[in-house]
Design a protein around this ligand. Structure first.
Ligand code: ADP
Length: 269
């Protein structure tokens, strides 16, 4: 899975990076099911152990499949202990604070997995592209973000960041699909067309994010995301490998005599 990982300071040219994925859908789906079962077990352990904190950041162009990845990868995982934090246009109260204020509040506690659907990276993406703050303000944010993530990591949070990489052509197809199906109209946002028109600007802003904020303590992974089944497989696998490395402890069982004592107590009721 290392091939999807961006090394610190690595140059990234998104147009040269695969969006398609490899292999057959059948095989990927079968492999994913195995991974998903293991993830369920590890997540339960993580929750019962109450020690590790896991933060998963999802970013990508509109329609890149952030919602679908959350549904797919965490399918069947016990919702207790897994939370999703959505970052939308900031409220007045959020804007009155620094941009990390709303983010820090949502970071995982012990035993939790938190998935960020969009994140503090919007503050160097949409904010940069639409000039929502002056250049000199957003340009400082890469270092600030690295420092913030280092703080989280040093305090025991494992951070994984996934950029869902779709092609411009695939985005067009997904938008057309939404328009063709009335039951999907709620997903269509006319604003997405305006953002699509400045795809190149987003690409450039994403390249800067990937080059400047992939660190040892909070790496970025570029996930080929044109095929939903491949996207879920790769994210699932990276997540599983990461959880396996944490050596999460199996919850201890009770000594046999203690079990017996409680059993007797119940039976003698
Ligand atoms: P999504 O597209 O993620 O399904 P929405 O349609 O509600 O959900 O979009 C959320 C919007 O909020 C996006 O357009 C995103 O760029 C915007 N947004 C998120 N964070 C910020 C921010 N810090 N400043 C400005 N806009 C933001």
């Amino acid at each position: 899975m290392d091939k999807y990982r961006v090394s610190p300071k690595e140059k990234v040219k998104l147009q040269d990076i695969e969006t398609e994925g490899i292999g057959s859908k059948e095989e990927a789906v079968a492999k994913f099911l195995e991974i998903n079962e293991k993830l369920e077990v590890l997540q339960e352990r993580l929750y019962s152990e109450g020690k590790h904190k896991i933060l998963v950041v999802l970013q990508g162009m509109d329609t890149s499949g952030k919602d679908g990845a959350i549904r797919g990868v965490f399918d069947g995982v016990n919702p207790q202990g897994v939370k999703v934090a959505n970052f939308k246009v900031p409220t007045a109260e959020e804007l009155a604070h620094d941009y990390l204020w709303r983010v820090h509040k949502q970071t995982p506690g012990k035993g939790e997995i938190v998935i960020f659907n969009r994140s503090h990276y919007e503050d160097v993406l949409v904010v940069r592209i639409h000039n929502l703050v002056p250049d000199k303000v957003w340009k400082k944010r890469y270092d600030q973000i690295n420092d913030f993530e280092r703080l989280l990591a040093e305090e025991g949070t494992t951070i994984l960041k996934f950029f869902l990489h779709i092609s411009r052509k695939e985005q067009k197809e997904r938008l057309l699909e939404r328009l063709a199906d009335p039951s999907k109209h709620w997903k269509f946002n006319p604003g997405d067309l305006k953002e699509r028109a400045i795809w190149d600007k987003y690409e450039e802003a994403y390249e800067d994010v990937l080059e400047r904020t992939s660190t040892e303590w909070a790496p970025w992974y570029i996930i080929p995301a044109d095929k939903k089944w491949f996207r879920n497989l790769v994210i699932g696998k990276i997540l599983l490998e990461t959880l396996e490395k944490l050596d999460i402890e199996v919850p201890p069982s009770m000594p046999a005599d203690e079990v017996k004592q409680y059993q007797q107590q119940l039976e003698n009721e």
